[in-house]
Write a protein that binds this ligand. Sequence first.
Ligand code: GNR
Ligand code: NI
Length: 168
Amino acid sequence: MALLNILCYPDPRLHKVATPITVFDEKLRTLVADMLETMYEAQGVGLAATQVNVHQRLVVMDTSEERNQATVLINPEITWYSEERVKGEEGCLSVPGIYDGVERAVHVKVKAADEHGQVRELEAEGLMAVCVQHELDHLMGKVFVEYLSPLKRNRIKTKMLKAQKEDA
Ligand code: GNR
Ligand code: NI
């Protein structure tokens, strides 16, 4: 097991588009285990491979209170979005300390394989539905701050760059 480094906005690698996974082997299962460990350590509810600089269609999630219900989504596709939308406060491990409202579908269905290549369809609502949409955006190279106004996004960019400079 190993902790992976999480890329921080505005790193251009966060905008790469992930490609489908074709091989379900031990190497993939090690990556899944490392991503779960990284997500739990960072206290996130989800983590997309893009955020750890792996540009493949893989997401791990756990929206349970007890942090014991890991979900692995490989080559995920949202097959249905509810018409009902809700604006909720979002954060992102790649944009630490920033929270803002984003409108999302309340309910989604997602088709994905697990780490053994077994395909199934899941139904998600509430935080899990928000998280699925947020993580699939990452796989497309999209970070939630891109839904905000250009003014807000530029302020966030400046703040992040300043914090990264101070850390270095
Ligand atoms: O930990 C996370 N919390 C969260 C809260 C509201 C909406 C989305 C999220 S996802 C985020 C982890 C993360 O950055 N995943 O990409
Ligand atoms: Ni995120």
